[in-house]
Design a binder for this molecule. Structure first.
Ligand code: PNS
Length: 169
């Protein structure tokens, strides 16, 4: 039996932020290998396509052999079962995250008792950061330093710049 400690870090990653990266780096101190699992959710409108989200994450980790970038659809518990990795990592930024995360962790365990969720706390400088706020700021013409990787900053500017240009035509 392998002694490798593996975990899955699931999320929407629309887009990945420095907060996610911080959690992954912390996770790598505990786990040997982390699978960053991007949710394909046909019902949820995302800014970036699945391919764009995967590509940005790949670029952030530059082929680090301890990180796998993957996509999943359907239930998280089914995905982790298929992977044979029953440890899920989630970030807890603030008390406001707690209720939703607690509910999700217990529900996942209710469906599959093998699944354990480990919560990691990000650096305080990312405790207010979310993909949703990042998108809003760029959509309204702002940008923020040191909150998203350079590749994401660039993609957000391109995305909203091209939208503005389309609207003006
Ligand atoms: O980055 P997010 O949007 O906070 O990630 C949420 C995610 C993807 C972890 C969660 O929505 C999820 O696991 N979705 C898969 C569907 C599922 O298993 N739903 C039941 C949760 S109890």
């Amino acid at each position: 039996m392998s002694n490798t400690k593996n975990a899955v870090y699931p999320g929407s990653y629309d887009p990945i932020t420095n907060g996610h990266i911080d959690i992954i780096e912390r996770g790598l101190r505990i786990f040997d290998h982390i699978t960053v699992a991007v949710l394909t959710n046909p019902d949820k409108q995302s800014l970036f396509t699945l391919d764009e989200r995967l590509e940005m994450i790949h670029q952030c980790f530059n082929k680090n052999p301890r990180i796998e970038v993957d996509a999943f659809e359907g239930l998280l518990v089914d995905y982790v079962d298929r992977k044979g990795i029953h440890t899920v990592v989630r970030g807890l930024r603030a008390i406001s995250d707690f209720e939703v995360e607690f509910q999700m962790a217990l529900m996942n365990r209710r469906i599959n008792r093998e699944v354990e969720t480990i919560f990691l706390v990000p650096s305080v400088c990312y405790s207010f950061l979310s993909s949703r706020l990042v998108k809003e700021i760029y959509r309204l013409g702002g940008s923020i330093q040191q909150m998203v990787p350079d590749v994401v900053d660039q993609r957000l500017k391109e995305k909203f710049h091209s939208r503005h240009n389309h609207r003006q035509k």
